[in-house]
Design a protein around this ligand. Structure first.
Ligand code: ZN
Ligand code: ZN
Length: 276
């Protein structure tokens, strides 16, 4: 089986409408792309910050600008009007675990994808709130990123840890710490081992300046050693990106001896043989 779980029907811009993304014809475009790519298990995981209800968790200016939709209308649409698995991509906001849990619990989800995009108010992957412009050392940013990822894994809020080394997203476009990055991975890998969370292999990094799959092979090898099940996704925001460059992801997984993928329904996980 092949999966694509980390998928957005709603484009990143603000010019479109809820109805423009969440309608049968749009879902059909994604479903057709998945079928063409041999992906049987297709799910959608909209960003939490697109929903008005997310402002109860965090009132970051970016969230205030983006929080336009009703989360229950989204869940109802996916549940009642599509055959997609229902997920959410939820930021880990330290100190707001209870509020995050309440919002997750108010939806009947198949899975929750947990992400770290922000460290404090600044983002590792977004030039409008650029942590790299704040004069911090790359050592400090990388250490803090993977420590926060560890906290996210341990929080128990999430089923899948998304794009686990997103901090590398800019590639040579931002500073990175010299030498072997594995020293930064340690806290996150320990938390992955303790929590049992599934780890996402995401081909989205291939479309970004870094031009690499998330996570790096050394991180992925560490996660497998820690016993983590693997979830496979494209992080598509358009149908053309469903199953994006899966040949490269499958080659990497094969090389590392991965033969099963994590599959989710009603927040229960099972493993299925990997392959089209
Ligand atoms: Zn993300
Ligand atoms: Zn995403």
């Amino acid at each position: 089986m092949l999966t694509d779980y980390h998928v957005h029907l709603r484009p990143a811009g603000l010019s479109d409408s809820f109805a423009g993304a969440f309608n049968a014809a749009n879902v059909e475009r994604y479903r057709e792309a998945a079928t063409a790519a041999g992906i049987a298990e297709l799910g959608v995981s909209e960003h939490i910050h697109r929903f008005q209800q997310s402002l109860a968790i965090w009132d970051h200016p970016f969230w205030r600008e983006q929080a336009l939709d009703d989360i229950h209308a989204y869940c109802e649409f996916v549940r009642e009007r599509t055959d997609l698995r229902l997920g959410l991509e939820v930021d880990f906001v330290p100190g707001r675990e209870d509020r995050t849990q309440s919002l997750i619990d108010s939806c009947e989800l198949d899975y929750v994808v947990g992400s770290v995009h922000f460290l404090g108010d600044l983002a590792v992957d977004f030039d409008r709130f650029d942590i790299w412009a704040a004069g911090r050392s790359p050592e400090d940013v990388w250490r803090r990123y993977f420590e926060t990822l560890a906290e996210a894994a341990r929080s128990g809020l999430f089923d899948i840890l998304a794009h686990p080394d997103l901090v590398k997203m800019w590639g040579d476009g931002r500073p990175s710490p010299p030498g072997d990055p594995r020293r930064y991975y340690e806290p996150a890998l320990e938390a992955i081992a303790e929590s049992g969370i599934a780890v996402e292999v995401s081909t989205a990094g291939l479309r970004k300046p870094v031009g690499e799959i998330y996570p790096a092979p050394a991180f992925l090898a560490g996660a497998l050693e820690a016993g983590a099940p693997i979830a496979l996704s494209s992080d598509a925001h358009v149908p053309e990106h469903i199953g994006y460059a899966y040949d490269q992801a499958l080659a990497l997984l094969e090389e590392l001896g991965v033969h099963e993928l994590a599959v989710f329904a009603a927040r229960e996980r099972r493993l299925e043989p990997l392959g089209p």
